[in-house]
Design a protein around this ligand. Sequence first.
Ligand code: FAD
Length: 385
Amino acid sequence: MNTGFETYQLAEEHEALREAVRALSEKEIAPHAAEVDEQERYPYEALDALVRSGFSAVHVPEEYGGQGADSVATCIVIEEVARVCASSSLIPAVNKLGTMPILLSASEDLKQQVMPAIASGEATASYALSEREAGSDAASMKTRAKRDGDNWVLNGTKCWITNGSESTWFTVMAVTDPDKGSNGISAFAVHKDDPGFVVGPKEKKLGIKGSPTVELYFEDCTIPGDRIIGDEGTGFKTALRTLDHTRPTIGAQALGIAQGALDASVEYVKDRKQFGQAVADFQGVQFMLADMAMKIEAARHMVYVSAARAERGEGNLGFISAAAKCYASDVAMEVTTDAVQLFGGAGYTRDFPVERMMRDAKITQIYEGTNQIQRMVMARSLLKG
Ligand SMILES: Cc1cc2nc3c(=O)[nH]c(=O)nc-3n(C[C@H](O)[C@H](O)[C@H](O)COP(=O)(O)OP(=O)(O)OC[C@H]3O[C@@H](n4cnc5c(N)ncnc54)[C@H](O)[C@@H]3O)c2cc1C
C-alpha cells in the first residue's frame, strides 16, 4: 500500500475549497433558492455572499486582483453552489464565460480595464454570441461592427444572454467583414453604459428562473477602438476557444444539480415509510440510488479531467470538454428525473427541491451548445485523424 499515491486524488486545497463553498452555500444560498425560483428574481443574497467570500469570480488571475483559482477549483465552486441553487451558480460560471475571451485574447490594456472590477465583485460579465436566427449555427450571426474613426459602431440584436440585465461588461461577437465567413467575425468588450446599448425583456423560462436571460440591442452602439478583443477577424476562434474552457464549468453545474438531487433523495427515502418500512429498504429503490451515484461519480471524473486539461493548456480540448459537458448534463437530467420519481407525489410539488432541480438540469443539455452539437464536436474529433 502506498498512502502517498496521489494520482486521481484532488489536492488538499481543492477539498478545503469544497468544504468552504459547501458551508457558505448551505448557510447563505440554499435558504433563498426556492423563493428565487418562485419569484423569478435574481439571487442578490447569493451574489453578496459569493462576493464577500471571494467566490464570485475565482478564476481571475492574481495579477488582476483575483484569486487565481485553477480550472478544477473553479469547477468545484460552481458545482457546490449548483448543488443548492443552479441559478446562483451562474454567477461564478458566467463571470468566467464572459471574461474568458478577454483573458485568452485581449490586449493587456483591455484586461486591465475589465478584470480588476470583475475580481472584486464590483462588476460582472456576460457572453453574447447567440442570435435569434444564429444559435447552433452561431457563425451565421448578423450583428455588425464597423469602424468609425477611432471607434467601433455595433448594430444588431443578441439573444438568450445569461444574466444580461445584471452584467456590467459583455463580450460581444459581431461581423466586421461579411465576405469572410467565420474569419470575418470579431470580438468586442461592451460596457452597459456605452451609448446605444439597450437591454431587452426577460425570457419566461422552464428553469434557472433566478438567472435573467435577455435580449441585447445594439443601436449604433459606439465603443472606443481599443475595446476590440484580439485582432480583427479572430472573434469566432476566440469564442470557440472560450467554450473549450467553459464547457467543463457547465459540466460542473450539471454535476452539482445532480448531487443536490441525490442527497435530497437519500434523505427522503430513509425517512418516508410505506408497507411498514422505510422506502430505502426496498431493493428497487436502492438500485435506483446506486445508479444515480454511479453516474454522478463518472461525470465528476470527466468534468475534473477536462478542467485539468484546460488548465494545463493542452491542445485539442474539443473532444474532452464537449464530452464532459454532454455526459454530465445527460446524467443531471437522468438523476433529477429519478429523484422526482423517488419522492413520489411529493416530488412533483414545489414543497421539495427536486422538481426545481429537474427543471434546472434541462438547460445544461442546451446551452453552450446543445448536446447534439457536443456529439458533432466529439465525432468530428474522432473522424479527423
Ligand atoms: C436559458 C438560456 C441561456 C443562454 N445563455 C446564453 C448566453 O449567455 N450567451 C449566448 O451567446 N447564448 C446563450 N444561450 C443560447 C444557447 O447557447 C442556444 O440556445 C443553443 O446554442 C442552441 O441554439 P438554438 O436555441 O438557436 O437552437 P437551434 O440551433 O435552433 O437548434 C434546434 C434543435 O436542432 C438541433 N440541431 C441544430 N443543428 C444541428 C445539427 N447540425 N445536427 C444535429 N442537431 C442540430 C439542436 O440540437 C436543437 O435540438 C442560452 C440559451 C438559453 C435557453
